[in-house]
Design a protein around this ligand. Structure first.
Ligand code: OOG
Ligand code: NI
Length: 413
């Protein structure tokens, strides 16, 4: 009897990303429109521009997505890390959104592949946030204890699924005939639950923050958005608006300009009201709606060095960054490379290293654009001790430093 063919983790990642995308398209119809328009914009862009592939092949870009999920506890984050390890996705970077102009009670990391070859095969990444329950500015002692009890009682993932994931990660893949079942169950773990929501509990948490309610007000987690990549985000924005889809006011991140595209530009449409069932204190079930899931799209540019990033922050501090951009950034990749502002493979300005991560200000903006009101924070001192080291320890894993990864990519000629 011949042995079943083995699928490597990147094939599983490719199927996982495609499976989530198919599920999200069924659940959120406006996402399908976004995919359609993105594909159209990408095809037209590729036909007009011969150097499209410098920031990734059209096949990579067309399949490219990032997702976002939110969990409550270190134990849940740990389970997510185990699950994603079966797809060759590891934690990279640390984003503390409690510090944002409009604070959100979470800290986040991104799970993604890190090797250049793995990224080229399928770069699927998931922005993953954990509730900052120990931060007294958001949660008093009483509420914290009740949230903790609630979270301890729920189980986001079947332990058997997690055990399977650990085995697949150790083997770097699984037999082809097992893959469908494993990937299918992993995808289903992120579907929107149809279970009734305890109304008064959800409302109490909403008063702290809509994100707290989305995380700890329900018994499961869900994909919160899924983001395709486009080669021309300004054109996409215009076309979505022309189709009558209300986008947020701006494209976040660096402005459009004729020089090299840097980092990440993102825009989104507002969360849509989705039907959900609620249970009131008497046990009565009623129908209602919640706005939690939305659509986002992004364009990616070259990764900046720490020096380039400093310039970026300085330019972004201007009232209208687009009017001053040329004072901070040169107009050509050659100059960017020569001044040590961005990463290029083998130092060759024709081979930019794509930015694979996120931007804290944009992330906070994305969260915010989908909330009806800001979180109410108290004046207490933050004694939570949250930091990248804290998170790494809590999940028993190294959290990769994005700059170290870009440097390693630059070293590949
Ligand atoms: C995550 C928001 C951050 C991005 O693209 O910056 C994000 C969330 O809403 O859970 O996805
Ligand atoms: Ni996003």
């Amino acid at each position: 009897m011949s042995r079943a063919k083995k699928l490597p983790t990147w094939r599983l990642r490719e199927r996982f990303a495609a499976g989530l995308s198919a599920m999200y398209a069924r659940e959120v119809p406006a996402y399908s429109t976004l995919l359609e328009v993105s594909a159209q914009v990408n095809r037209e862009y590729a036909a007009r521009n011969r150097d499209t592939a410098r920031l990734g092949s059209l096949s990579r870009v067309s399949a490219e997505r990032h997702g976002a999920i939110r969990v409550g506890t270190p134990a849940e984050l740990n389970a997510v890390a185990d699950l994603f390890s079966a797809f060759g996705m590891v934690p990279v970077g640390y984003y503390d959104l409690r510090d944002a102009a409009s604070p959100v009670p979470v800290m986040s990391t991104a799970f993604r592949p890190v090797d250049a070859q793995e990224l080229a095969r399928n770069p699927f990444r998931v922005f993953t946030s954990m509730l900052a329950l120990r931060d007294p500015r958001f949660f008093d002692t009483d509420l914290r204890a009740r949230v903790q009890t609630f979270l301890q009682r729920r189980q986001l993932f079947d332990p058997e699924l997690i055990a399977r994931a650990q085995m697949i990660a150790a083997d770097q893949g699984c037999d082809a005939d097992e893959a469908d079942d494993f990937v299918g169950r992993a995808v289903a773990a992120f579907a929107l639950s149809r279970e009734p929501i305890e109304k008064s509990w959800y409302e109490e948490l909403s008063k702290v923050s809509a994100v707290a309610a989305d995380i700890a007000g329900v018994g499961s987690t869900h994909i919160n958005h899924l983001t395709p990549r486009v080669l021309d985000i300004d054109e996409l924005y215009r076309r979505m608006a022309a189709r009558g889809i209300t986008m947020i006011d701006t494209i976040q991140g660096p402005p459009r300009w004729e020089g090299p595209q840097v980092l990440l530009r993102q825009t989104s449409f507002r969360a849509l009201a989705e039907p959900r069932r609620f249970r009131d204190d008497d046990g009565r079930i009623s129908e209602g709606t919640l706005r939690v899931r939305f659509g986002e799209v992004e364009a990616r540019g070259v990764a900046l060095t720490p020096k380039g990033r400093e310039r970026y922050e300085a330019a972004m501090a201007a009232p209208d960054p687009s009017t001053v951009w040329g004072r901070y950034f040169p107009r050509t990749d050659d100059e960017m490379a020569a001044q040590g502002l961005a990463y290029y493979r083998g130092g060759d300005a024709a081979k930019p290293v794509v930015y694979e991560d996120f931007l804290p200000a944009s992330a906070a903006g994305i969260f915010r654009s989908n909330l009806d009101r800001d979180a109410e924070t108290g004046a207490e001192a933050d004694d939570s001790g949250y930091s990248v080291e804290w998170m790494a320890q809590a999940i028993g894993r190294h959290i990769h430093d994005p700059y170290a990864l870009y440097e390693a990519q630059e070293a590949i000629a």
